[in-house]
Write a protein that binds this ligand. Structure first.
Ligand code: PLP
Length: 427
C-alpha cells in the first residue's frame, strides 16, 4: 500500500463503509471519461466519480478558473458582494425554467435540500413534507429522514411528518399496469397520500428529476404535469431535486425540462461545479423570492456562496455552454441506449434496462424475475474492477453514468467491457 493510502487509512474516515472494508483508489488525475491512479493505471469512469464529474476529468477550463479563483483568495463572507456571486445567480436564473429567479448558494446537495425544506416551511407555515418510497436527498439527519433509502433506517426516528408516495418503477409496477393501460397511477398516488396526511398540513413534495441512486426511474410522459396539478390544487410546493439528474445528465439542463413543468424550487449540486469544488444551490420562484423581501430568511452558513464555489459555478456553466456539452448528450444517450438494448437482447438475466441521456441502469434478475443474489453482484463488481471499469451498483442494479464528455467510440469500448464482465459472471 502507498504511503498516502496508509496515512489516510489511519487518519481520515471513509464514508458509507466499515473502515476495514474500504477499497480506496488513489486518483492522481484524469482526462475526459477516464481517471488515472497512482499505480499508473487508467480507469473508465462509468460512475462520473460520485455522479458529479459531468464535465469529465482534467477539464482545462475548470482547472484554469479554479486556479484563478484560488489566486484571488477571497475569504468566506456570507454577506459580501463580489462579481462571481452576482454572475452565478444570474447564470442559474438563465438556465433554470422561467419563473425561477433567485438562488441560495451552499456547499452540497443535502444542504440545498435542507434549505429548500426550511424555505417551504417558512413560506407555507406548514410542517409535513412528502417524498417517494425510493429516493435519496442527502446524508444529513433531516435529509436521510426524507429519503426513501435503506440508509435512513439506522437513524429513525428522524424528522417527524414525512409522508410517502410510490415511484414510477414501471418494471415492478405497484399497480400491475402495462404501458397501454397506465394513466400515471404512480403520480396519482401522491393525491392519495396527501388526502391521508391532510393536504393543508403539507408544505412541499420533494421528487428527484430522475430517481438516481435508488434505481434510475425516468418519469413517464405526463408524470410531472400530474404532480404539478396535484400540488397546485392543494397549495403545496413542488421541489425538484436535480442534484443527480441536473446539469445535462439527461440531455437537458434539468430532467424536469423534458416536460416543461416549472417547479417552485430546483435544488442542485454535483454537476453544478462538475466536482471541481464543493457546491449546491436552491433556485426559487419569483413568489418565494418575493416572500423573503419582507420576511427574514432564517437560513445561512459561514461558507454561504463561498468565492471558490461561485467561481466554480460560473466556470462550469460557461464550460457546458462553450462546448455545447448538454446538446450532445441526447445523441450520445441514444447511442448508449442502443448498445445496451443490443446487450440485453441476448442476455435474459438483464431483466430491465432503463435510462435517459447518460443515466442508465441494468436490473439483473433470475428467470423468475427475482433479483440476482448479492454474491453475484459482488462477482460482477470484481469482474468490472479487473477490467478497470469504475461504477456504482445497488441491490441488483448496475448503473452506467459516464461523464457527459465521453465520446461515442469510448461508449462502444466501455460497453464491451461491461458485456465481458456480465458474461464472466452470468453466462
Ligand atoms: C438526488 C440527490 N439528492 C441529494 C444528494 C446529496 O448530495 P450531497 O452528497 O452533495 O449532499 C444526492 C447525492 O448523491 C443525490 O443523488
Amino acid at each position: 500500500m502507498s504511503k498516502v493510502l496508509d496515512t489516510q487509512r489511519e487518519r481520515v474516515f471513509y464514508t458509507w463503509t466499515a473502515q476495514k472494508k474500504a477499497a480506496p483508489l488513489e486518483i492522481t488525475g484524469g482526462k475526459g471519461a477516464r481517471f488515472q491512479t497512482a499505480d499508473g493505471h487508467w480507469w473508465w469512469d462509468l460512475g462520473s466519480t460520485t455522479w458529479n464529474a459531468n464535465l469529465g476529468h482534467g477539464h482545462a477550463g475548470m482547472q484554469k478558473a479554479m486556479a484563478e479563483a484560488g489566486q484571488r483568495g477571497l475569504v468566506a463572507s456570507p454577506t459580501a458582494a463580489f462579481p462571481d456571486k452576482a454572475r452565478a445567480g444570474q447564470l442559474l436564473a438563465e438556465i433554470t425554467p422561467p419563473g425561477l429567479s433567485k438562488s441560495f448558494i451552499c456547499l452540497s446537495g443535502a444542504e440545498a435540500n435542507e434549505n429548500a425544506l426550511k424555505m417551504a416551511r417558512m413560506v407555507t407555515g406548514r410542517n409535513q413534507v412528502v417524498a417517494r418510497t425510493r429516493s435519496y436527498h442527502g446524508a444529513t439527519l433531516a435529509m436521510l429522514s426524507l429519503s426513501g433509502d435503506p440508509r435512513r433506517e439506522l437513524f429513525e426516528p428522524g424528522l417527524p411528518g414525512i409522508v410517502r408516495f410510490t415511484d414510477p418503477y414501471c418494471y415492478r409496477c405497484k399497480f400491475d399496469l402495462q404501458p397501454e393501460t397506465c394513466s400515471r397511477e404512480c403520480a396519482l398516488d401522491l393525491e392519495t397520500s396527501l388526502l391521508e396526511a391532510g393536504p393543508e398540513t403539507v408544505a412541499a413534495v420533494f421528487v428527484e428529476g430522475v430517481t438516481g441512486a435508488n434505481g434510475v426511474f425516468p418519469a413517464p410522459a405526463g408524470y410531472f404535469k400530474r404532480l404539478r396539478e396535484i400540488c397546485d390544487r392543494h397549495g403545496i410546493m413542488l421541489i425538484c431535486d436535480e442534484v443527480l439528474s441536473g446539469f445535462g445528465r439527461t440531455g437537458k439542463w434539468f430532467a424536469i425540462d423534458h416536460e416543461g413543468v416549472v417547479p417552485d424550487m430546483i435544488t442542485c449540486a454535483k454537476g453544478l461545479t462538475g466536482g471541481y469544488a464543493p457546491g449546491g444551490a436552491v433556485i426559487v420562484s419569483d413568489k418565494i423570492a418575493g416572500y423573503f423581501e419582507d420576511h427574514t430568511l432564517f437560513c445561512g452558513l459561514t461558507t454561504y456562496a463561498h468565492p471558490l464555489v461561485c467561481a466554480a459555478i460560473c466556470a462550469a456553466i460557461d464550460c457546458y455552454r462553450q462546448d455545447s456539452i448538454i446538446e450532445k448528450v441526447g445523441p450520445k444517450g441514444e447511442h448508449l441506449g442502443q448498445l445496451l438494448k443490443k446487450l440485453q437482447s441476448s442476455r435474459p438475466f438483464v431483466g430491465n434496462l432503463r435510462g435517459i441521456g447518460l443515466l442508465w441502469a441494468l436490473e439483473l434478475v433470475e428467470p423468475d424475475k427475482t433479483p440476482v443474489a448479492a454474491e453475484k453482484m459482488d462477482a460482477l463488481y470484481a469482474a468490472l474492477k479487473k477490467r478497470r471499469v469504475y461504477t456504482f451498483r445497488r441491490d441488483n442494479f448496475l448503473y452506467l453514468a459516464p461523464p457527459l464528455v465521453i465520446e461515442k467510440a469510448e461508449l462502444d469500448e466501455v460497453v464491451g467491457l461491461v458485456e465481458q464482465s456480465l458474461d464472466e459472471v452470468f453466462a
